[in-house]
Design a protein around this ligand. Structure first.
Ligand code: B1M
Length: 217
């Protein structure tokens, strides 16, 4: 299948929530030589954004949101490992502890951020979703990461980013904290005392490099 047709098909499978077909289309796209990041940015993600907008306007319902999210997850299961093919020739710029904050189960953006960080050579420990502040503290003490990354997709869970930062600071743990997620803004990051904010996965890598003093910082 040619590139434009594949991109259209990627969009369609997520928009229509065709969970099983999503992995197949992702495999076809990679086999045809398409870049995994292009597959996500130009094919799958715009469809998920549209479903999200339509859900927000009451034109789509929860089952459709769930199906689109599932289809995206299947596509990511195929493209993610290729995105994350780490550059082993470089010394690792550091360890990143990544998670979606408590109360929030959105994980797609965080996984993409994690994959690109791995591709940039970072060691990524992904704590998953709905991660309490206490867990961030415990795992930071245990793993001594250079950077903690907090993702939040809901206006109601953004506040948990502040909570994690407070818990870390109150415990006297000094670690850089990066925040991101659709509702998060640079001013919010500043207000809660985060060390940096990244709008998307590529800028998260640039920021992580800067905060950890890694290559290209
Ligand atoms: Co939800 N959801 N959702 N959802 N969902 C949103 C976020 C929403 C905007 C949709 C809408 O109404 N228009 C809305 C939030 C409204 C608000 O808070 N103002 C919403 C809602 C309301 C809900 C529920 C409450 C719905 C309900 O139950 N009634 C519920 C909440 C569940 C919970 O968390 N407790 C819910 C559930 C779900 C699903 C489970 C069905 C599913 C998630 C599946 C999954 O992740 N496994 C889902 C989905 C898919 C979405 C949308 C459609 C897509 C999110 C996504 O994956 N985007 C979303 C609408 C939207 O965002 N347009 C929506 C693609 C992803 C690549 O982008 O996550 O933004 P994003 O990540 C980007 C950047 O933000 C950034 O880089 C990423 C890559 O470029 N980034 C970081 C993200 N994290 C970062 C961390 C960093 C740095 C950058 O550093 C650490």
């Amino acid at each position: 299948m040619e590139r434009d047709k594949l991109l259209e098909e990627m969009y369609r499978v997520v928009y229509d929530g065709e969970v099983d077909r999503a992995a197949l289309v992702a495999e076809q796209a990679l086999a045809s030589g398409l870049d995994p990041l292009d597959c996500l940015k130009l094919g799958f993600m715009p469809a998920l954004e549209r479903v999200g907008e339509e859900f927000g306007r009451g034109e789509k319902f929860l089952p459709e949101l769930v199906a689109a999210g599932e289809a995206m997850q299947r596509a990511l299961a195929v493209t993610g490992p290729q995105l994350a093919a780490a550059r082993r020739d470089l010394p690792t710029p550091g360890r990143v502890l990544l998670g979606t904050v408590e109360g929030d189960i959105h994980e797609i953006g965080k996984r993409i951020v994690g994959s690109l960080l791995m591709a940039a050579g970072f060691e990524v420990v992904d704590l998953g979703v709905d991660v309490p502040a206490r867990t961030f503290l415990e795992r930071t003490r245990e793993l001594q990461p250079s950077l903690v990354g907090l993702s939040a997709l809901l206006t109601t869970t953004m506040v948990r980013q502040r909570e994690v930062i407070e818990v870390l600071r109150q415990a006297g743990v000094r670690v850089q904290v990066m925040v991101g997620g659709a509702p998060v803004t640079p001013s919010w990051a500043e207000e809660i005392g985060a060390d940096g904010y990244a709008e998307d996965a590529s800028s998260a890598v640039a920021l992580a490099r800067r905060l950890t003093g890694g290559p290209g910082s």
